[in-house]
Design a protein around this ligand. Structure first.
Ligand code: NAI
Length: 777
């Protein structure tokens, strides 16, 4: 039996569009500007012009940033309650205009009205309500945190208004003002939102919306008046943003692409899993960053699963997005359609087998199942961003994990099995920021969303999302210029003070002392005298150290308690040898008092991070009634740490301890000027049961070594405390695998004080994985 058509009424949206027939301007300083150079916005389903919007220029961006700057302090000074009332008003008015917004969204983007009406717009309202709450309780929940300032926000076209709400709501709750650019294909709901902001009386300048393409986006990215940038879109553009903002001091969060696995075990409820696939890849035409685009199914049930899936595919209706019974709407733009076609053709030419449903003529693509696909082939590796899913089989759970993680991305994963033990076991092993168990594509404002690896960094939603829009009270205490160590001298020294004993320190790699690859040492000075020699590490030594760190991955699985024991032990052994360490620090020119204080603080710091190792826990987010959402703090992996120049013992230990307390393995580049305080730690590490490879130490030219670490794809995060050029270099070099970075002038904080220790360090040493488990209800 055929379904009849059930078209949604679009008359209100058409009326609204007719009111703006002359074209849209931007929304700056509380008012719509006059239209400038206009470009067309089209309905992809009917290929008709809906409206014309302005291509934002650099001076438009400038005006918007100035308005946002002017408004920021006043907005931040409002009480949390007052800001909450504004956000609450936005939520209410969005609900009041929800039908108009849903219809506009569907006309503009091509997504089925069922989705915009039942998913996108309700989630938009939910996001503003949730963050109204955050504004209200911010001072209690995150005391001392302050707004970042002016936020530049660039969003994509797949969830136009939803992505706007993900960006605007937390920013405003935290006391920031915003300059937001919607995607060029889908600007209309952002402009309607601007009118809603006016209607609600949001103070002028707090929300600014500038339309335009990537060039307009680039003007926002490069603008000096922006304090924080938040971007959702392609990994390629995310990488450009990382490079362009390197060294600028702008805070950055990136929510990028994915190639998420959808894992079906032998004992899964196969009917439910097939419905899951529909939601995973045929939701929003597959134009979803966290789409489950790679089905991995247990060999034993693969045939049955495929049969069920093929049968279900036949029932999917692709067509008019405004029809309430349409499952798959239009692709957002002909250029995206061309991209999908090109990738699918390439896949077919590589030998993949395609099974396709039907789709009408025009900007539509049929639901497509791809089998006979090699793990390294284009369709199994590239983000297609269309209704195209691959199917591969696996034999054992460990095969499934290996296949799931066989991607440069790490956004989401979906796991299906009636055995919840197995699901949770796999959830812990997949590299993804969001894991759905027996479910998929579930979103809520109360849970963090964001990826691992090249899917970006930072979280949106939940407590972890709020933190991205706030300055931590323990952020750098001063501006600091950063230090540049003197040139290294590698020749033999005339005399070495105390030279009767060998003072040549080697490197420390994989739990062993190692000669530097260069075969050279450099002179370490205390005042004018040479007090010892340190190994001259190079890129090969860094590579060896990274490899050793990778091999020590068992450390991440050790319990917090076990890690705490090791940290206590380090503290104890350091304390036993305190006098020796203090003498070493004195030899670099520190006063006796300062040297003793540094050692004492270092010991105390061991105890503090040992205490945190089993206490810095995650959260259970209150999201949907039938889910428990576990926000787990996970180690990031292998971290490159570049220690500050002064206070060489404390500087090194202040970075190493939080990183290893959280289960990371590290490659440390200690103070170039005074590395021996760190190399003296070898024996302490050896006697404290630190497994080989957990801490690796490479001495030598700071910035050269930092560059190798920052560019290394095997390094997952980089902390650099040095000078301004180094900060710029590290952020730029990190763009390759989009590793997380923390860069600061090394003299911007007092390492001996509270600023040298705290939860900020633990936050930076972890990434949050949100695991959604069906629960109760
Ligand atoms: P895109 O990354 O180019 O566009 C996203 C946003 O960035 C838009 O607002 C765009 O105007 C802006 N932009 C583009 N270049 C910029 C630049 N140099 N500086 C600042 N802003 C810039 O995504 P596009 O080209 O629309 O889609 C291409 C592919 O990207 C898709 O096929 C898909 O694979 C992926 N994508 C991923 C998304 C996600 O949610 N992860 C969303 C959209 C696209």
């Amino acid at each position: 039996m055929e379904y009849g058509v059930a078209p949604e009424d679009d008359s209100q949206a058409r009326k609204w569009l007719a009111k703006h027939e002359g074209g849209f301007g931007h929304f700056i300083d509380g008012a719509m500007t006059k239209p400038g150079d206009l470009f067309e916005v089209r309905d992809p389903a009917s290929d008709t012009v809906l409206a014309r919007v302005t291509q934002g220029t650099a001076s438009d961006v400038d005006a918007a940033v100035s308005a946002a700057r002017k408004a920021q302090s006043g907005w931040a000074k409002l009480s949390g309650h007052q800001r909450a009332k504004h956000l609450y008003a936005l939520a209410r008015h969005i609900q009041q205009h929800s039908r108009l917004l849903a219809v506009l969204e569907t006309l503009d983007s091509g997504k089925p009205i069922r989705e915009s009406r039942d998913i996108d717009i309700p989630l938009v309202a939910r996001h503003f309500y949730h963050h109204a709450g955050w504004a209200e309780i911010l001072e209690d929940e995150l005391p001392g945190h302050t707004a970042q300032g002016v936020c530049g926000q660039i969003i994509p076209w797949n969830f136009p208004l939803l992505m706007l709400s993900w960006k605007v709501a937390p920013a405003l709750a935290a006391g920031n003002t915003v300059v937001l650019k919607p995607a060029e294909y889908t600007s209309l709901t952002a402009l309607a939102f601007a009118e809603i902001a006016q209607e609600c009386g949001i103070p002028k300048g707090v929300i600014n919306i500038v339309t335009g393409d990537g060039e307009t986006g680039a003007a926002i990215v490069g603008h000096e008046g922006i304090d924080k940038l938040a971007f959702t879109g392609s990994t390629d553009v995310g990488r450009i943003l990382r490079e362009r903002t390197a060294g600028s001091g702008k805070a950055l969060t990136l929510e990028l692409g994915g190639k998420s696995p959808f894992v079906v075990f032998e004992d899964a409820d196969l009917d439910a899993a097939v419905e899951g696939v529909v939601d995973a890849i045929w939701f929003n035409q597959g134009q979803v960053c966290c789409a489950g685009s790679r089905i991995l199914v247990a060999e034993a049930v693969a045939e049955r699963f495929e049969t069920l899936l093929r049968a279900r595919m036949k029932t999917l209706r692709t067509g008019d997005p405004m029809d309430k019974s349409t499952d798959i709407g239009a692709i957002v733009h002909p250029s995206q359609l061309a991209r999908i076609r090109e990738l699918v053709e390439k896949g077919a030419s590589e030998g993949a087998t395609l099974t396709q449903g039907s789709a009408p003529q025009g900007c539509f693509f049929p639901p497509t199942l791809v089998t006979d696909v090699e793990p390294a082939s284009v369709l199994a590796t590239e983000e297609i961003f269309g209704p195209v899913v691959t199917l591969t089989t696996f034999r054992t759970p460990s095969d499934a994990v290996a296949l799931a993680n066989n991607t440069r991305y790490g956004l989401a994963a979906s796991i299906w099995s009636e055995n919840v033990n197995l699901c949770l076991d796999i959830a812990g092993q997949v590299k993804a920021g969001i894991v759905w168990i027996n479910s998929t594509n579930i979103f809520d404002a109360g849970a963090g969303f964001g990826g691992y690896r090249e899917s970006g960094f930072g979280r949106e939603g939940g407590r972890e999302g709020m933190r991205a829009y706030l300055r931590n009270p323990a952020a750098a205490t001063g501006k600091g210029k950063g230090t540049t160590p003197a040139e290294l001298e590698t020749g033999p020294a005339d005399t070495i003070k105390g030279g009767e004993i060998d003072r040549t320190a080697k490197l420390y790699v994989g739990g062993r002392q190692a000669r530097p690859d260069s075969g050279y040492s450099y002179q370490v000075k205390g005042g004018k005298a040479v007090v010892g020699l340190a190994g001259l590490g190079n890129r090969k030594d860094i590579r060896n150290a990274v490899e050793a760190a990778h091999k020590a991955k068992g450390w991440g699985k050790a319990t917090g308690h076990n890690r705490a024991q090791v940290l206590y032990y380090i503290g104890e052994n350091l304390s036993v040898r305190g006098a020796e360490f203090a003498a070493r620090l004195e030899s670099f020119g520190a006063s006796r008092k300062a040297a003793e204080a540094e050692v004492e603080t270092a010991v105390a710091r061991c105890f503090w991070y040992a205490a945190q190792a089993d206490k810095f826990d995650g959260a259970v987010h209150a999201t949907k009634s039938d889910f428990v959402t576990l926000a787990m703090n996970e180690p990031i992996g292998v971290m490159g740490l570049v220690a500050p120049t002064a206070q060489p013992l404390l500087g090194a230990i202040s970075l190493v301890l939080p990183a290893i307390a959280m289960g990371n393995r590290v490659v440390l580049v200690p103070s170039q000027t005074h590395p021996l305080a760190a190399t003296d730690l070898y024996q302490v590490l050896d006697t404290s049961d630190v497994p080989g490879g957990v801490v690796n130490i490479v001495t030598g030219p700071r910035d050269e070594l930092a560059k190798t670490l920052a560019a290394h794809d095997g390094v997952d995060a980089m902390w650099y405390f040095g000078n301004a050029e180094g900060c710029q270099m590290v952020e730029a070099q990190s763009a390759g695998n989009l590793k997380q970075t923390w860069v600061e002038a090394d003299d911007a904080r007092d390492w001996g004080a509270r600023a040298g220790q705290g939860r900020l360090f633990l936050d930076r040493a972890t990434q949050v994985k949100n695991i959604w488990v069906a629960y109760g209800a």
